[in-house]
Design a protein around this ligand. Sequence first.
Ligand code: C5P
Length: 236
Amino acid sequence: MLNINSSNIPKIIIALDFYSKKEAMKLVDFLNPSLVYLKIGKEMFTILGKKFIQELHQLGFNIFLDLKFHDIPNTVFNATKAVADLGVWMLSVHASGGKKMLISAKKALKTFKNAPLLIAVTALTSLKRKDLKEIGIQMSLQDYILTLSKLSIDCGLDGIVCPGQEAKKIKLLYGDKCKIITPGIRCTNDSFNDQKNIITPEQIKKFPIDYIVIGRSITFSKNPIKKLNFIIQSMQ
Ligand code: C5P
């Protein structure tokens, strides 16, 4: 894996969205835990559970457990505690779960010495204004993201997930109090197009993003490490 030379490019989180441990390890075995973080989502966690997290911890990786909780405050309190017990580095909830739910998630981490970073998903990068309208939200996507970012930071969360295009406004408002995590990274020759608010590795430097999440651009590639190195080079 290439070294990352520039300090002003975001840190890389690789979304390990695979169906089996064997497939995941084919990539993990070539990754350097001091250069990349790993994201485990609903798919791998459902298949492999906490044992896999423990194994990745033993290899030295920091884990973002991206289960995007969205439930009543009491359930989210207990689920957040259970995730923090796993010793992960970061976890996620949906900001649209509301103020009480966000405060409950934050409270659940109070007793942990090395509590994970708690971040809130604002709008999924797969959503456009039309999708918001379909669920009864009349605001623009930008206003919706700003509203949920404010709510999340007011509730004491450590950061938010949002498209790169919105990062500047949010950083101006909240500075380092709000870590920005951005998925939807696509190289020009990538073919999957479910994500609507995408940015290319070359564009990343323009946005004040703290962490980028890269999934299929790497995991679907015939040569994932070559692709990762290409992305690192294009960002610098
Ligand atoms: O394969 P791709 O690069 O699109 O993967 C993006 C990853 O980021 C997926 O694991 C997805 O669950 C996650 N994610 C997202 N949009 C958000 C939050 C998380 O795509 N708003």
